[in-house]
Design a binder for this molecule. Structure first.
Ligand code: SF4
Ligand code: SF4
Length: 628
């Protein structure tokens, strides 16, 4: 029995208490989607977690694709074959997928297809906070944005209707708050699936210049068509006092914050909530601005709605005062906070600032808790060995080229092994560039999932261009940071079926790399020796540090009732602090002038017992203390 079963079994009219992402998974079932594809990424990951669990029972084909571009291509192929498809990703995944999306906008779809982007204002788990509403403008595609879990489910179905009517993929944008907000959702009927007859003329899906020249005009006219449909009425809501001097235009999470602030201040102002951003609901917004001489635009990240409002005011000659980001009133970065919005409203309405609204007073001192590698994480052994090898070989000024995944935590103390980190798979390309641009020794880190996602072309490029770099592939047998999803290197296939894994060793060998070694990062001596050998090599050398994610092993041990813990023997501990200073397992802490291990955190990996970590053999398996 899966915790997600109710998402599949709930009957029309039932209420479920769902995360936005869980509601989207239910919307996928209610819409009658045949095929869903993704590459996992926070804040979109839970949609995949649910669909992966229930796909078999639901008769849905679900795929963790190798990257977002392939996920989009796969979903598009389903669509042109007459099957409804849904593809979802985090916002930066759209950059990877954009090449395919831009062409699909031109060729159009067969059966309905929706592309979800989960944006991350304030960058809780991302390298940037790009506003993907702009992708819809760039591609000339419709974009729908819900504000809560109920809308997330219901608007998703509307997105599929628009896609069916216009033969275009529809972009569905959430943000972290909408995806991770939990609320009561009334569910609807789950639609039966059927393959649709798609009659496509020859060349219909061929994005050759001669075809695309015509397709562009069709694309523009389809977007104009949507502007004239009643979808805009379904997705745009007006509430509050239509006679108010001020009016508010808002969307997404900014709408929720604005409503809370208006309620808190007891203000009865008319609010126009936009659930469709592209094509912009021009007539509705222009009419709204005609009625309210002062309009406040609340949105997160970029001034997309505000820019459209200002352009409409100019187009229709409206005398309206627009307040937003472009006049410096709302911030240009990050999420809106309730305190900031309250004070903005107070300022506009001359209500006097509430100093306490913008700051949270916490009565106790909270210690800093920087992100750390888990106890027992195999990456700790790899970073420890690399740092030691660099020191032993007296490599001065090394460049550490890091990548996206758990191992990006190698940037923190005590390892500090990230000089540069850009995007998925970039570590190898950047390392290769460093080797061309300087004589500095460069070490690139990449995870198994990221290697498959976007690292392989970088490795081929490095070998082809005779770079001098060490690549460390940190293979923990899972896509760990987003919730331990499978990848092509794991024995469970992307579609949830058992299948043969793709061997990273074989892929590396096939590129022509002439130095490659696979090591166990729990064996510090073996890893250190291999890294030193690799660093002495003059071309592209590759170390594959292979050991499963500690959480996978912990979960298995829990099921088997296996419990191994380590402890510090106070008789032997000299207080040298080598373990906490250079290895820094979070299960260790300092008590007085000695080190102690928290048995609740220790996962029994035993790596700290090795002399590189504890030269005095003071760390022993619990129960063995004092035995030696
Ligand atoms: S055995 Fe040592 S390194 Fe491993 S989790 Fe326990 S304290 Fe940490
Ligand atoms: S390395 Fe060993 S001896 Fe030194 S502080 Fe840690 S446990 Fe004690």
């Amino acid at each position: 029995m899966s915790p997600y079963d109710s998402i599949l079994t709930a009957k029309s009219g039932d209420r479920l208490f769902l995360l936005g992402n869980e509601a989207i998974a239910r919307g996928v079932l209610e819409a009658g989607v045949h095929i869903a594809t993704t590459y996992p990424g926070t804040p979109s990951s839970e949609v995949g977690d649910v669909l992966f669990e229930i796909a078999g029972k639901a008769g849905l084909k679900f795929e963790f694709s190798v990257n977002e571009k392939v996920a989009v291509e796969s979903a598009f192929a389903a669509s042109m074959s007459g099957l409804m498809s849904f593809v979802f990703m985090k916002h930066v995944g759209m950059n990877v997928a954009a090449d395919a999306i831009m062409s699909i906008a031109y060729t159009g779809t067969g059966a309905p297809m929706v592309i979800m982007t989960a944006d991350d204002p304030s960058m809780f788990s991302s390298q940037n906070e790009q506003d993907n509403r702009i992708y819809a403008q760039l591609a000339h595609l419709p974009l729908i944005e819900p504000s809560n879990p109920q809308e997330a489910k219901d608007f998703l179905k509307i997105a599929f209707h628009i896609s069916r009517d216009e033969g275009l993929p529809v972009i569905f944008r959430t943000t972290t708050r909408t995806s991770h907000m939990r609320s009561s959702v009334v569910v609807g009927e789950i639609q039966e699936r059927h393959r649709e007859e798609i009659s496509a003329s020859p060349g219909r899906y061929v994005a050759l210049p001669s075809n695309s020249y015509r397709y562009k005009e069709t694309l523009i006219s389809k977007m104009e068509e949507i502007s004239g449909t009643n979808y805009q009425d379904l997705l745009v809501t007006r509430m509050g006092n239509p006679e108010s001097l001020h009016g508010v235009i808002a969307s997404g999470e900014a709408f929720n914050i604005m409503m809370d602030s208006l309620k808190k201040l007891g203000l009865d102002i008319e609010v126009l909530k936009l659930g469709i951003i592209n094509p912009f609901p021009e007539k509705i917004v222009a009419e709204f601005m005609q009625k309210h001489p002062s309009v406040i635009v609340a949105e997160e990240v970029d001034p997309v709605i505000e820019t459209a409002c200002r352009s409409l005011a100019q187009k229709y000659g409206l005398s309206v005062n627009i307040t937003g980001k472009l006049d410096g009133v709302f911030p240009m970065s990050h999420e809106l906070s309730p305190g900031a919005v309250e004070n903005i409203l107070r300022e506009i309405l001359a209500l006097g600032r509430n100093e306490r609204a913008s700051t949270y007073q916490i009565s106790m001192e909270v210690p800093a808790r920087p992100p750390v590698l888990c106890p027992g994480c195999p990456h700790r052994g790899t970073y420890f060995a690399v740092k030691r090898a660099v020191k032993m070989l007296r490599i001065s000024d090394p460049v550490y080229s890091s990548d996206i995944g758990c191992y990006s935590l190698g940037d923190y103390d005590p390892f500090n092994e990230a000089t540069v980190m850009l995007s998925m798979g970039s570590s190898i390309g950047v390392a290769s560039g460093i080797s061309a641009a300087s004589d500095r020794r460069v070490i690139a880190f990449i995870g198994d999932s990221t290697f498959f996602h976007g690292g392989i072309p970088g490795l081929i490029n490095a070998v082809h261009n005779k770079s001098r770099l060490l690549l460390v592939v940190m293979d923990n047998d899972t896509t760990a940071m987003t919730g331990r999803q499978p990848n092509p290197g794991t024995p469970v296939s992307l579609a949830g079926q058992y299948t043969r894994e793709v061997s990273i060793e074989e892929v590396v060998k096939s590129t022509g790399v002439d130095f490659m070694k696979t090591v166990d990062p729990y064996d510090l001596k073996q890893t250190l020796t291999a890294v030193m050998d690799a660093l002495r090599h003059d071309g592209v050398s590759v170390i594959i540090a292979k050991r499963e994610c500690a959480i996978l092993r912990d979960n298995r041990n829990k099921k088997l009732g296996v419990e191994v813990k380590y402890t510090v023997n106070p008789e032997k501990c000299t207080g040298c602090m080598n373990c906490v200073t250079n290895f820094a397992c979070p299960a260790m802490s300092i008590s007085g002038n000695r080190v102690v291990i928290d048995p609740n955190l220790c996962d029994g990996c035993s790596v700290c017992t090795q002399p590189y970590v504890c030269p005095f053999q003071a760390i022993e398996m619990e129960g063995d203390a004092g035995a030696a």
